[in-house]
Design a protein around this ligand. Structure first.
Ligand code: LMR
Length: 353
């Protein structure tokens, strides 16, 4: 009798092990939410499962990036009849930009829209956006990124398993200080500014006699509040979105550099998508990008109007002021050309024409 019971128990155990192993396999394929773990080659079985896109970013849902991500989510889910599911993680709640750049190549997240200068680690020429007073207007910026400039720089991400899908705009940067109104290059002397990343911004401030420190976006408010930095450079949307006007009361309308985003996905994930899904997403991205740019154009001005009374003083650089800044900042251009040649710079200059 004992023997029979043992035999039955062994059979039950074997069946249980097979079931557990099968469930384990399934879980590995679908993740906890029942979605395909991205990046696997497309196959009939996988194409029937939900494809999950995790999309973290550092700004809030009220930013142009947040609004455009919402449009992308809606269109992607609708147009694929729910085969694609997009999860948005705003306000650095999942990862900050520095962490996202580590996670995207590993495919733990599938989309990012990240400030282009933060891609400096993949090619230092992404810092072209930081050359002071380079682009004369947004049209020039877009001619550069939608043209040869975007093609050359975007391709530099592929060796890191990332695919550049285009550029979402934010706007021109302005200086904000918690110490004093910044009107001339001399006013920067001895102050310390926050930078997003890279040597070009460091050199911009050192050419003005200022120091700098690189900080994640989520730490800037506290740094301004505690006085560990004396100033920042950012766009109207970001200044408003982070309430920087509460802790930095002097705004200089300088339009001295650009802050725009590279919309980037994981290359293996992208290549592994079923063809119909990839084609639909391409279309959705084109539509979301057009809408993003339109939103960004209006939102910057709207947020400036809403916050302008919060500042103690606002100063708009005159053409004569800008000439003084350009002279003081010439070493930043000289260093850029010395280190990277002038190919990318010339493309940007051509985009201005
Ligand atoms: C910053 O760090 O200032 C920006 O990259 C934030 C953003 O995404 O606009």
């Amino acid at each position: 009798m004992k023997k029979v019971l043992r035999a039955v128990a062994s059979v039950c155990l074997a069946v249980l092990l097979v079931v557990v192993a099968a469930c384990g396999n399934k879980a590995a394929q679908t993740g906890s939410s029942g979605s395909t773990s991205a990046g696997q080659p497309s196959s009939q079985t996988q194409s029937e499962e939900t494809i999950l896109i995790k999309f973290p970013f550092v700004t809030s849902m009220a930013s142009e990036k947040g609004k455009a991500a919402e449009i992308f989510k809606k269109l992607a889910e609708e147009r694929t009849n729910g085969r694609v599911k997009v999860e948005l993680y705003p306000s650095s709640q999942l990862f900050n930009d520095e962490q996202s750049l580590e996670q995207l190549p590993r495919n733990t997240i599938q989309f990012i829209a990240i400030s282009l200068t933060k891609l400096v680690g993949y090619d230092p020429q992404f810092q072209i956006v930081d050359l002071p007073f380079l682009f004369k207007n947004e049209e020039a910026v877009l001619r550069f990124w939608d043209g040869e400039g975007g093609k050359i720089l975007g391709s530099k991400l592929e060796s890191a398993n990332m695919k550049f899908l285009g550029v979402w705009t934010n706007g021109f940067k302005h200086f904000v200080s918690n110490k004093k109104l910044l009107k001339t290059p001399e006013d920067f002397k001895g102050l310390k500014f926050r930078t997003q990343a890279g040597k070009v911004l460091e050199q911009q401030f050192s050419a003005l006699g200022a120091g700098s420190v690189t900080l994640p976006f989520s730490e800037v408010y506290t740094a301004l509040q505690q006085g560990t930095i004396d100033g920042i450079e950012n766009t109207f949307v970001d200044i408003y979105g982070q309430n920087f006007f509460e802790v930095a009361k002097y705004l200089t309308l300088s339009n001295h550099g650009r802050l725009d985003y590279g919309l980037i996905t994981n290359l293996t994930f992208w290549n592994g998508l079923p063809d119909d899904i990839r084609a639909t997403l391409e279309q959705v991205i084109a539509e979301a990008t057009a809408q993003e740019r339109e939103i960004a154009r209006n939102l910057g001005n709207q947020y400036f109007e809403e916050m302008k009374d919060e500042f103690n003083e606002i100063y708009e650089l005159t053409p004569a002021d800008i000439e003084l800044f350009k002279q003081a900042l010439q070493p930043v251009y000289d260093n850029f050309i010395k280190e990277h040649g002038d190919e990318i710079l010339n493309l940007a200059i051509q985009a201005n024409q």
